[in-house]
Design a protein around this ligand. Structure first.
Ligand code: SF4
Length: 210
């Protein structure tokens, strides 16, 4: 079990899957910059949270729900948690995450959503077997089943993010196609490998650790 002071942001899991260096820049070095994509995403999340809570028949909808798992050591917020009525006094939580764009080729959105479900399970003492991802560009919603393999990926990713943050070492940049959509490209300077201060810090730590 993690202590409150050791919790990492749930969003770090997605940053880590996108790029370990981006995760380290944000969560170790506290670097943040916004580009068009992150601004659009932020506005979409804010709109969702502003809508407030509501009831629709046998579904109660809570927005901006705080989340925490001491077992995984993560803290964050769910855009939406739907509570589907099972019977008179029982409600099944069903997290829904809103995404600005379209489905990605990697698992990162499903991992983020499953991490939310694991937090809800720990907080409410109930199993959360599935949730959904809604994509703004396609206006489509996809159900996601939280199977054992996805849950194992979430736990493994959380473990690696904790290790990265505890190490305090930001990996050096590697220029790839993803860099062109990264909001931190200006701070990271991936084409200038070796010239950036964080590269020097990383190499220095590596040498000291040998
Ligand atoms: S610019 Fe590229 S290497 Fe640098 S943080 Fe972004 S994705 Fe990672």
């Amino acid at each position: 079990m993690f202590k409150e002071d050791d919790l990492i942001m749930l969003s770090a899991l997605q940053h880590y899957i996108f790029c370990e260096r981006q995760c380290a820049l944000i969560h170790i070095e506290q670097v943040w910059a916004e580009n068009r994509l992150t601004a659009e995403g932020r506005i979409m999340h804010e709109r969702v949270h502003e809508e407030g809570n509501e009831s629709r028949g046998d579904v109660r909808i809570a927005r901006g729900v705080p989340l925490r798992s001491l077992e995984m050591g993560i803290v964050g917020m769910a855009d939406v948690v739907e509570f589907h009525r099972i019977d008179k006094n029982q409600w099944q939580p069903f997290p829904v995450e809103y995404k600005r764009g379209k489905p990605k080729p990697d698992h990162s959105d499903a991992i983020q959503l499953c991490a939310q479900a694991i937090c809800l399970e720990e907080m409410l003492g109930i199993t959360v077997p599935e949730g959904a991802l809604f994509y703004g560009r396609t206006r489509r919603r996809f159900d996601v089943l939280f199977d054992d393999s996805l849950r194992a990926e979430v736990h493994e990713t959380a473990k690696r993010v904790h290790e990265l943050i505890v190490s305090g070492a930001t990996p050096p940049p590697v220029y790839e196609k993803r860099c062109e959509s990264c909001s931190l490209i200006g701070e990271c300077m991936p084409k200038n490998i070796g010239k950036h201060p964080s590269v020097k810090r990383y190499l220095k730590k590596m040498i000291e650790a040998i």
